[in-house]
Design a protein around this ligand. Sequence first.
Ligand SMILES: Nc1ncnc2c1ncn2[C@@H]1O[C@H](COP(=O)(O)OP(=O)(O)OP(=O)(O)O)[C@@H](O)[C@H]1O
Length: 257
Amino acid sequence: MTDPILSVRGLEKRYGAFIGCTDVSFDVWPGEVVAIVGESGSGKTTLLNCISGRLERSAGEIRYRMRDGRFPDLGHLSEAERRFLMRTDWGFVHQNPADGLRMRVSAGANVGERLMAVGERHYGDIRRTAGDWLSRVEIAAERIDDQPIAFSGGMRQRLQIARNLVTHPRLIFMDEPTGGLDVSVQARVLDLLRGLVTDLSLAVVIVTHDLAVARLLSQRMIVMKGGHIVEAGLTDRVLDDPRHAYTQLLVASIPES
Ligand SMILES: Nc1ncnc2c1ncn2[C@@H]1O[C@H](COP(=O)(O)OP(=O)(O)OP(=O)(O)O)[C@@H](O)[C@H]1O
């Protein structure tokens, strides 16, 4: 068995006296998709923001496997290492594409910008790579100079995915990546995500309140309630044989398809 890429131990986030999440421990292995599910207010986003370095934790450990094999706590990284993770080794797919894109620069520049941030300087290479990524996310080559403001919701989300993946990250955080899309558009984006995650062997931590999304994308699932993990396990096991009363309730509330 390989080593985990991410390890969380005893994580707690307090907002003043209020507990956003507490006593959270789990590991993520390379190439594995872990879904964090739970109803609104259960602490999913708090957890995701803490482990992706967007929110300061109150207590606990968050360790990440660097490319050189070291496994430091995120709090002990240098500023340069932190920047490397944010710009290169990690991705973050927001529910609202406008939070992860620059809406008034071209689609090609949105993708190319991440390459420039890792030192790519050759304009022709950047444009070619950006074009390749647009086609991987099924955006027509002739849209490369258009701004995402002119794109549909599904296209914007696919562009955000391309922008994240162009630097070959090893770990992607996703916050309800299909949450804001129409159902028909959701299916296409999910299908695309599933293919890319498999092809690129990405490790993913995805927050969703939609158990169908968790079923489709994840191998493992963490169920949260009131800031605590109430159940965790293989996605199929948790959904087919939920043990905690709260998970049973969540599963029972999925409409029959
Ligand atoms: N900045 C904040 N200050 C105070 N309380 C907060 C803050 N952010 C979140 N909370 C509280 O922490 C709890 C967990 O919120 P969080 O957003 O993590 O839940 P969630 O499961 O992601 O819900 P949703 O799906 O609605 O985003 C909620 O009760 C929320 O009101």
